[in-house]
Design a protein around this ligand. Structure first.
Ligand code: KG4
Ligand code: ZN
Length: 345
């Protein structure tokens, strides 16, 4: 079954084709146009600018796909939320038009569900490496610019949110701390790079909600603590070692909380697999620590290929494929816009 995926929830315009058989999903095309350079000027994503950029990019991305015959597709999957409403609309309207013209089912997919399914994606040229899919039930740590959640997936399409952030998302905290240090958007990769030369124990930053008997997260106290430390040390703001120590200690605090809450969730819910997903799952320190946690707790560990950690449409096609396989047919799309838009400026 071949599914066309479209993703425009934030600042990446993406179109992909995924071919699925049973539990095997091969990515045949994966186009991503990043708007990062446009938004970097403003230090964050501006929804209306994102929508305009999606409009400009989507047809050139889809041109390649339109060369194929409509008989080559079985369905179209599109991100219907959460995300920025004006940005989402571009993808949804394009998908609706194609579905109407081709008379193919249209499946609306949650962006976060897509991130989880990124763990099923394979590429043809890597066929020789036997990829093993995650086993169900799985525990997913979803960490992106707008979300930080622990989700239990008992079966395909069966998701329970066990905990989430009560304020900032992990990626948002990375972006804001980067901004404090004068680093460009998106801040996650910048902080990770700066942290490499630093000591993660140089500053003892707070670990929000760590002793609370729940699976929720909080990163706003950590962000404020970094801000106060920078204000107290204004004379060192240009000192490379000081900057690296701040970045490393901040990264250590975020990763520490994510690992400890995930460990608690594993103990409470005994999943067969642990997966990480969302943009922050590209963080090498987090990948390393989660792999270690999985080994210690005896669960199978999966992380997406690096390029599928970040926003893409192959993951949306993958989620759509599993929904189709479960018998879901065309849906009337209702935009599920996110009220938590403060990560965008
Ligand atoms: O999933 P994603 O691409 O978009 C959203 O759905 O939000 O995630 C983007 C987030 C940004 O906050 C970015 O700073 C963060 O992922 N990120 C990272 C890294 N790469 C991207 N955070 C930490 N370390 C990284 N290497
Ligand atoms: Zn995302």
């Amino acid at each position: 079954m071949r599914v066309l995926g479209i993703e425009t929830s934030c600042d990446e315009t993406a179109v992909a084709i995924v071919n699925g058989r049973g539990e095997k999903l091969i990515v045949e095309k994966n186009h991503v146009f990043s708007q990062i350079d446009t938004h970097a000027e403003y230090g964050g994503v501006i929804p209306e600018v994102a929508a305009r950029e999606h409009h400009l990019a989507i047809f050139s991305l889809i041109k390649d796909v339109l060369k194929l015959k409509k008989e080559d597709f079985d369905a179209i999957a599109v991100t219907s939320g959460p995300g920025l409403a004006p940005a989402l609309r571009t993808g949804v309207e394009t998908a609706k038009a194609l579905s109407f013209a081709w008379n193919k089912p249209l499946i609306g997919v949650s962006h976060m569900e897509g991130h989880i399914y990124a763990n099923w994606l394979e590429e043809k040229r890597l066929k020789s490496i036997l990829k093993k899919n995650p086993k169900l039930p799985l525990l997913a740590l979803l960490v992106s610019g707008g979300h930080t959640e622990l989700v239990l997936m008992k079966d395909h399409g069966e998701f329970t949110r066990l905990g989430e952030t009560i304020d900032d998302a992990a990626g948002e905290a990375f972006d804001k701390v980067a901004k404090m240090l004068g680093l460009p958007y998106p801040g996650g990769p910048q902080i990770a790079k700066l942290a490499k030369g630093g000591d993660g124990r140089a500053f003892d930053f707070p670990r929000g909600l760590i002793d609370k008997n729940n699976l929720d997260f909080s990163f706003s106290g950590l962000k404020t603590s970094v801000l106060y430390t920078l204000r107290k040390n204004e004379d060192k703001l240009e000192d490379p070692l000081f900057r690296s120590n701040i970045a490393a200690s901040f990264e250590e605090a975020v990763v520490d909380v994510l690992v400890r809450k995930t460990e608690k969730a594993i103990k409470e819910h005994s999943p067969k697999s642990l997966v990480i997903a969302g943009g922050v799952s590209a963080n090498k320190e987090l990948r390393k620590r989660m792999a270690k946690l999985a080994k210690e707790t005896g669960v199978k560990f999966s992380m997406p290929m690096f390029k599928y950690s970040l926003d893409n449409a192959a993951m949306i096609a993958a989620a759509g494929y599993f929904r189709l396989r479960a018998g879901e047919s065309s849906v009337v799309l209702d935009l599920k816009s996110d009220s938590n838009l403060d990560f965008c400026l």
